[in-house]
Write a protein that binds this ligand. Structure first.
Ligand SMILES: [Fe+2]
Length: 423
């Protein structure tokens, strides 16, 4: 007796499910594309990368349907379609990725993904503005390993704040097992609003990502895990760096040449990487290599804002520049005119540590679950530290009024003030 191929696939798939603890997106349990994420890779005004997980051995049956008009689950009604350009398999996690190009700026695109098991939910994303005369909303944080409750709270808050994108500083999971990544992907779905709004993420490798290959396979990052991005026609140039690979040499050479070629022409420069130069937790090792290779470049090219993670504590610094002057501490002095503001350091669900290593140039520090919420336009950068634990009680912003603070949002208000302004 012969079984149709699809039936066999379904049985194999169900057996596979039984071998893992159940922690899946309910869509995936039926083989339908699920565990969605969106990434920024080229110009975010006209392109986006979509990724999802799949339980498919066949690599030719996923199809993305998309349009500026919402057609719900009527696949054939969508004006455009695209097939994945990249399939990957990290441990037992098969993913597919598509980069959509030639999109219109500042436009909502609705999409669904179909395979032989069925249709995904209908999602949408927004392309970013194509000019500098705009204002952007960014959430930045990192270290989501271990504690799912705060991790899920922070994710839920992303769906409510509706930022243009998230900068994520690494250490998504603690051990990088398939089960932990399934759970992480499940939890990440909370960043997607009830109306299907997907917030793109710009991911960074942490030390708990043991190899560059992991984020390459799960987010389609470049194999080096370091890359740059121009947003809103150079309103911001964003550098994602990799503290878990060799820092001097190729990476720093690349950083310098990119700063020279593109960074110089951008209005604002931002960087994110996992391990801080000067962690605000005593038992953490100083980031002397980052300091040696990157701090001088940051100063020379006028880096405005740097997001660090890894220490699982909270800090904002005054603008600082590298110096060995008599009043310097750990190689930095405050310089309000030319310095770089460093913020961090993790707290998206990792075990919190005591902020026991302040410097003279520390603006504020603390220890609680948090991320940064940043508004950027051509006048200034406004940064707030948001406590995430009460996410369920926080109201949602309106996409057309996304810079108004929603009800019940807990903004940290330390001695140095609630808002850090960079202008
Ligand atoms: Fe770390």
């Amino acid at each position: 007796m012969k079984f149709p191929l699809v039936q066999i696939q379904k049985v194999v798939f169900l057996l596979f499910l039984l071998t893992l603890n159940s922690c899946f997106d309910p869509e995936l349990e039926h083989g339908v594309p699920g565990q969605f994420r969106a990434m920024l890779k080229n110009d975010p005004a006209t392109s986006i990368v979509l990724g999802w997980n799949r339980f498919q051995s066949k690599k030719d049956d996923d199809m993305v349907y998309y349009d500026t008009v919402d057609h719900g689950d009527d696949a054939e009604a969508y004006a455009y379609k695209a097939v994945p350009q990249f399939y990957s398999e990290y441990k037992e996690i098969p993913s597919a990725f598509v980069e959509l190009r030639n999109l219109q700026p500042e436009t909502r695109y609705y999409f669904i993904v179909q395979n032989s098991f069925g249709l995904s939910k209908r999602y949408y994303f927004e392309t970013l503005p194509a000019d500098r005369g705009t204002r952007l909303s960014i959430v930045a944080g990192g270290d989501s390993r271990n504690n799912r409750e705060p991790r899920r709270a922070a994710n839920l808050l992303v769906s409510k704040l509706k930022p243009h994108f998230v900068l994520f500083g690494g250490d998504m999971t603690s051990r990088g097992t398939a089960k932990q990544w399934w759970q992480w992907m499940d939890d990440w779905q909370l960043t997607i609003g009830e109306d299907g709004r997907v917030t793109p993420v710009v991911a960074t490798r942490g030390n708990h990502e043991k190899d560059n290959e992991i984020l390459h396979k799960l987010f389609w990052l470049p194999k080096t895990n370091y890359y740059s991005l121009s947003v809103a026609d150079g309103l911001i140039r964003i550098y994602t760096l990799n503290t878990e690979a060799s820092i001097g040499g190729d990476q720093t050479n690349w950083l310098k040449s990119d700063l020279e070629q593109y960074g110089k022409h951008a209005k604002w420069l931002m960087a994110q990487y996992h391990k801080p130069m000067r962690p605000h937790v005593k038992r953490k090792k100083e980031g002397d290599n980052q300091y040696k290779y990157w701090a001088p470049l940051f100063f020379d090219y006028g880096m405005d804002l740097v997001f660090e993670s890894d220490a699982h504590t909270v800090k904002t610094t005054w603008p600082v520049r590298p110096s060995t002057r008599y009043d310097s501490e750990e190689g930095f002095v405050r310089d309000d005119r030319l310095g770089t503001v460093y913020v961090g350091e993790g707290c998206w669900g990792a075990p919190l540590r005591k902020n026991d290593d302040n410097k003279v140039w520390t603006r504020d520090s603390g220890s609680f679950n948090q991320f940064k919420w940043v508004f950027v336009d051509d006048q200034d950068i406004e940064l707030r530290t948001i406590k995430v634990d009460n996410a369920a009680e926080v109201g949602s912003v309106d996409e057309n009024d996304r810079f108004s603070l929603p009800d019940n949002l807990e903004v940290w208000n330390p001695a140095g003030g609630e808002v850090v302004i960079i202008d």
